[in-house]
Design a protein around this ligand. Sequence first.
Ligand code: ZN
Length: 172
Amino acid sequence: MANLPLMEWLPGLRRLDAKFVGQPLTGDVDLIIVHSGALGAHVARYLHDPADDRYVSAHVSWDSWEGPPYQQVSLAHEAMHAGGSRFRGQGGLNGRSYGIELPGPASALERPDIQRVQLRAVVRLMCTAAPTITTITAHQWIDRRKRDPGPGVPAAWFDGLELEVVWRPCRD
Ligand SMILES: [Zn+2]
């Protein structure tokens, strides 16, 4: 029996529904996967109304580095953010993870402190909503084709959150 999240929508976040939402989650979520948009800012608007119908979404995303964060997929549903990825030899990650999409580009080396503060706040809210979460990693570590979120988001951003921070390649 799955442990469903205690709430579907995080308190205090604006809502901007993603165009593509996955199926209802049927198992525990234990993982948060951090991304950044390849196209730059306006990630939230892109996922709400994509120009090219790419089948992608994330639970929380930003439109700019100054914020605010938007929740785009209910915590009781899958988002399409890690379909080709593997974590410690396992696939099917959309069924056990929440996806967070920072603004791009992935190559940006320096991200402003406000991004770190907002990201930590969102991670804390997710862990409160879903106490089954144990681990945080990033797209670049679980899919060889991906570079996001890049070196501008170091592991130290997640110090003190009582999560296992997996900030190295961990597909296998
Ligand atoms: Zn990604």
